[in-house]
Design a protein around this ligand. Structure first.
Ligand code: R1P
Ligand code: URA
Length: 238
């Protein structure tokens, strides 16, 4: 029972899936943290793996970049594969100098100018919410393994490269209360809600739109270990 985008067969994907945007981050997590990982998807190089972490089954799969992409993969995971929980683990650009590179943010809401929810199911509004229950599990996991997370509102943007004549950091931070920007959570939270499932998002600050500090592409793929460990610890406690 594969889909046009996922070659997995029934039963090959765990109830909880960690979803980085980058499929190579999924590969890194599978190879670094999972016991006995098996690969269930290579279609479009959107790698997906299932293994165990501390003895409990968990999957990890790339989502691609942007809401159309995570919209497809998360919808299929929930609807076709019986997945119950998706924890996005992404990179984000800081909108405040209070956030430093490698700080970890847990989204308590995603603000967006995106039309994703409206086009998908006629839902209006610029905010989508994660699962409260999943967020509590994640916060408890972070405390247990002593990895601090900041719980805050994030911006889910449809655009990575902006011209100067459109709203920027100041408007998103001061008017909408978003501490950082990424590109998928608004759609993920919406899909979870319409399908009666759970979603959350943990982000590592990869760059700052205020100080212009940046991490390298390699660091974004391979070194966001704090966030990965919090997500794995949460996945096995759900
Ligand atoms: O690192 P990932 O999870 O891909 O997340 C962020 O990085 C990408 C942009 O560089 C977008 O997908 C954004 O949401
Ligand atoms: O969407 C994103 C992700 C990381 N950094 C950004 O500036 N934007």
């Amino acid at each position: 029972m594969s889909t046009p985008h996922n070659a997995a067969q029934n039963g090959e994907i765990a109830k909880t899936v960690l979803m980085p945007g980058d499929p190579l981050r999924a590969k890194y997590i599978a190879e670094t943290y999972l016991e006995n990982p098996t690969q269930f998807n290579t279609v479009r190089n959107m790698f997906g793996y299932t293994g165990t972490y501390k003895g409990k089954e968990v999957s990890v799969m790339g989502s691609g970049m942007g809401m159309p992409s995570i919209g497809i993969y998360s919808y299929e995971l929930y609807k076709n594969y019986g997945v119950e929980n998706i924890i996005r683990i992404g990179s984000a650009g800081a909108y405040t100098d209070k956030l430093n590179l490698f700080d970890v943010v847990l989204a308590d809401s995603a603000w967006s100018e995106s039309t994703y929810a409206y086009v998908q199911s006629g839902v209006e509004g610029d905010i989508q919410l994660p699962s409260k229950e999943l967020n509590e599990v994640i916060e408890a996991a972070a405390t247990r393994i002593n990895k601090p997370v900041l719980t805050a509102r994030i911006h889910s943007s449809d655009v990575f490269y902006h011209e100067d004549n459109v709203p920027g950091v100041n408007e998103f931070y001061n008017e909408h209360g978003c501490v950082c920007v990424e590109m998928e959570s608004y759609a993920l939270f919406h899909n979870a809600k319409v399908l009666g499932k759970q979603a959350a998002c943990i982000l590592t600050i990869s760059d700052s739109l205020v100080t212009h500090a940046v991490t390298t592409a390699e660091e974004r793929q391979n070194s966001f270990n704090g966030m990965m460990e919090v997500a794995l610890e949460a996945a096995i406690s759900i």
